[in-house]
Design a protein around this ligand. Structure first.
Ligand code: TNX
Length: 512
């Protein structure tokens, strides 16, 4: 009975035709509400069409792009007239009102699959859920035998937090456009909606700034370990931003200041208090560099950089760093940040910064990103009392660059070892007793890249912890449970194998 399909480049994929369809209860992140329909299944027929609301043909084409290579079906995308009665329908009417602006309702009957939402974002998330409900072989890029069966029932789903983030450090090691696009594909499957790019640090400046061209050509010319580094042209960066937007991901660009500034200081002597450019830096120390707080050119520089960056950024935030400014006095730090923050507002954007920014004045809408390992912090408390929103990236739970255990070949361990259960088992609303849950904007999983040089390294550190953090950010706390999560996570293993994702086979997870 069992048919076994071979997927080019991805090894053996078990695809028994008789295998039970994926359960509606096994989706990651776990949906807010699931009703199964016992005995009901939908099987995608070769002649199926994808019918969409007029404003959602882009989402329909995205879904078709996933399904066509593995099914071999034509799956034409058409505009729905009336209520479809077969195939896959993506509609912007009729969703349960509880789905809100980002949620969706998915109905699977014997004759059709309907995803309803109030926005194309909601439809995109419904599509990600549908994708996980199809057999893992659907992710193959060569034709597979099927059948393409989906369990019957209804899912009504919406996110817990508005900000569900991942961060990638492209400064310590540079990752080109193709790798970042692949990471966007990977994170958006788990309904992550923000990618924070750490574009500058001591070891590298990674974006062209026309007013200061040596930032990219000199500051971008190396990386940790002395390799060639690299940078994004404005056209490449805009292409990334558009690619992300098509996957409901907003890019938050970060230029780290006043510390973590050596690549810029090495590019322009005039930015240094002593007028002497330091050498480029390829080590992994932190806290040794600072922009010159007392020089006027510093502020001309920062204003021009942030203005050019804002012009490349459709999203609301510019991240101005502010962490580990160990070579800047507290008074200078406040002086610097209080002068620089208004440049962000003048460019039409909202300030985001690491939580030390709580030392500086509040600005409208400001977001403090908490990266501490304790449950109370004076700078964060100051930020919150001034009215900042909080983005949670506790380093001992969400730092994807921490080792899983002391055998992990990559990564650091200063914030602790982070096995999958440690990453998963906490509640964003109650982590920080002094911070009201109303101040929490969301959760972000940062991936620092001192030890990472290639896509396979990124994947090994992010999988399976990134989907764990994604579930914290999306799913209601009451629906989350380690014992069921580890089983749901384990069932994603074959899917990641088909997708070619280099994941860590944690012994805590019962891999399918
Ligand atoms: C701390 S967390 C840093 C980064 C390092 C990271 C390594 C933070 C805001 N700063 O500069 O890359 O630790 O884990």
């Amino acid at each position: 009975l069992a048919a076994v399909a071979v997927v080019a480049g991805a090894g053996l994929v078990g695809s028994p035709a008789s295998a039970a369809a994926v359960s509606l209860q096994s989706v990651v992140p776990v949906p807010a509400s699931v009703q199964t329909a016992a005995g009901v299944t939908y099987t995608l027929p070769a002649g199926a069409t994808i019918q969409t609301a007029a404003a959602a043909t882009g989402i329909g084409s995205y879904l078709a792009g996933i399904l066509r290579p593995s099914t071999g079906y034509a799956l034409p995308v058409t505009t729905a007239s009336g209520t479809p009665t077969s195939g896959i329908a993506l509609l912007l009417t009729g969703a349960d009102s509880s789905v809100g602006t980002e949620g969706y309702q998915l109905d699977v009957t014997a004759t059709l699959v309907t995803i309803r939402a109030q926005t194309t974002a909601g439809l995109f998330y419904g599509v990600q859920t549908l994708r996980q409900l199809l057999p893992a072989a659907v992710e193959a890029r060569t034709v597979q035998p099927g059948p393409w069966v989906v369990s019957g029932g209804r899912i009504i789903d919406r996110p817990r937090y508005a900000y569900r983030g991942a961060m990638l450090d492209v400064s310590r090691h540079f990752f080109g456009v193709d790798i970042v696009k692949r990471y966007i594909d990977e994170i958006s499957q788990y309904k992550i909606n923000t990618l924070h790019l750490h574009l500058s640090d001591d070891q590298g400046w990674r974006i062209v700034i026309d007013a200061w061209p040596r930032l990219a050509t000199v500051g971008g010319s190396t990386q940790v370990g002395g390799g060639a580094g690299g940078y994004y042209t404005k056209a490449q960066y805009s292409d990334l931003v558009a690619y992300a937007a098509a996957r409901q991901v907003t890019i938050v660009p970060e230029i780290d200041m006043p510390g973590h500034a050596n690549a810029a200081l090495a590019s322009y002597a005039e930015l240094n208090c002593d007028g002497v450019a330091p050498p480029l830096y390829t080590g992994t120390d932190v806290g040794f560099s600072s922009f010159c707080v007392g020089k006027e050119v510093t502020y001309t520089f920062v204003r021009q950089v942030l203005t050019e960056l804002a012009a490349l950024t459709p999203g609301p935030y510019l991240h101005i760093g502010g962490d580990e400014a160990h070579s800047t006095s507290d008074a200078d730090y406040r002086t610097f940040m209080n002068r620089v923050q208004p440049f962000v507002a003048a460019a039409g954007k909202t300030v985001m910064g690491w939580h030390q920014l709580g030392q500086a004045d509040h600005t409208a809408g400001r977001v403090a990103q908490f990266w501490g390992t304790t449950t109370s912090d004076a700078d964060l408390s100051a930020a919150v009392s001034k009215g900042d929103k909080v983005l949670l990236s506790p380093a001992n739970k969400t730092y994807l660059d921490m080792k899983y255990n002391n055998q992990t070949p990559l990564g650091l361990s200063w914030a602790g070892l982070i096995e999958v259960q440690t990453a998963y088992n906490w509640d964003p609303a109650t982590l920080l007793p002094g911070v009201p849950s109303s101040a929490i904007l969301g959760v972000e999983a940062p991936l620092w890249a001192e030890t990472l040089t290639r896509l396979a390294d990124i994947e090994f550190m992010a999988f399976p912890r990134l989907p764990a953090i994604a579930e914290l950010a999306w799913s209601p706390q009451a629906s989350r449970n380690w014992d069921t999560f580890k089983v749901r996570l384990g069932s994603l293993g074959p899917r990641w194998t088909v997708q070619g994702i280099n994941f860590y086979r944690s012994a805590q997870v019962p891999w399918a």
